[in-house]
Design a protein around this ligand. Structure first.
Ligand code: SAM
Length: 291
């Protein structure tokens, strides 16, 4: 029996056979530690009830480990050089489909309808290309697809931002945007030494699962704008950020003061000390007061 794709010997052999080089511009750092890959699949609790989307299969290291547990896998890879490689390395598995696709341009709802049977829960499991970590996460959240879990490897620093608590330096508009929809757990840290080539920073596995319905903003787009507006200048208080965001000249300052007073939020407060629900209530009051 052949060793797993991710094993260092096999990875080296595949790269040599196909004369492949790593494309830095595509974030190609391949995992060569089978145990780490198994831990990722375990963290996602992948089993035969799951159809899994994988972003960036590379030479198929993680794809193989997912396919051993899942009902099926749909892997989206941008680098066309890797498509013939994947069709060979993943040939032993009959539950994998590989598409040449830029994930950021993918209509994921449409892909799911065409490639999955609709009878299984859908998860995302991936070792992300780090140059587009946040855009990919936001793209996934904006699809409106109910993902049972999104379990992804990313640079440690971004993982810490996603999982941050209010009052910390890492807490920002990305944190609020993601935690608005998902519970975030940083499952474990992965040292840079298990990749080829080695990236500059350590990585982390993040587990996202959908939040139970909470208080909802009356207008989601406005909510996202309020969050970004409040974090615009991190060192300014929310009063100044809100004025800048709503229009210093035109906004009714008295109304805005009343909004904050009713929410028990001091105008001197900084965005990093507001919880997600504070931003939701703030959005709704801005609408109620017709500001
Ligand atoms: N899954 C493999 C592993 O764990 O060893 C490779 C992970 S590597 C960090 C990221 C992969 O994403 C690369 O194969 C890269 O070509 C691919 N990729 C980069 N940009 C992409 C995009 N926009 N859409 C889909 N795949 C992309």
């Amino acid at each position: 029996k052949r060793p797993d794709i991710a094993s260092p010997v096999r990875t080296r052999a595949i790269m040599e056979t196909y004369g492949l080089s790593f494309k830095k511009s595509l974030g190609q750092n391949f995992l060569t530690d089978v145990n780490v890959l198994k831990k990722i699949v375990n963290a996602a609790q992948v089993d035969e009830n799951d159809d899994v989307i994988e972003i960036g299969p590379g030479i198929g290291a993680l794809t193989e480990q997912i396919a051993k547990k899942a009902h099926s896998v749909l892997a989206l890879e941008l680098d066309d050089r890797l498509i013939p490689v994947l069709s060979e390395t993943l040939a032993p598995y009959d539950n994998i489909q590989v598409l040449r696709q830029d994930v950021l341009k993918a209509d994921l709802k449409d892909l799911l309808a065409r490639h999955f049977d609709g009878q299984h829960q859908v998860k995302v499991v991936a070792n992300l290309p780090y140059y587009i970590t946040s855009p990919i996460i936001l793209h996934l959240l904006e699809t409106g697809i109910h993902f049972e879990a999104i379990v992804v490897m990313m640079q440690r620093e971004v993982a810490e931002r996603l999982g941050a608590r209010p009052g910390t330096k890492a807490y920002g508009s990305l944190t609020v945007r993601v935690q608005y929809q998902m519970n975030v757990q940083v499952a474990f840290i992965v040292p840079k030494t298990v990749f080829v080539p080695q990236p500059k920073v350590d990585s982390a596995i993040v587990v996202l699962d959908p939040k139970e319905v909470q208080v909802l903003p009356q207008n989601e787009q406005l909510f996202f704008k309020v969050v970004r507006g409040c974090f615009q200048h991190r060192r300014k208080n929310i009063w100044n950020n809100l004025l800048a965001f709503l229009g210093k000249q035109t906004v009714d300052k008295e109304k805005l003061q009343r909004v904050l007073a009713e929410l028990n939020i001091s105008p001197k407060e900084r965005a990093e000390n507001l919880a997600i629900n504070d931003f939701i209530h703030l959005t709704n009051k801005i609408i109620d007061f017709n500001i």
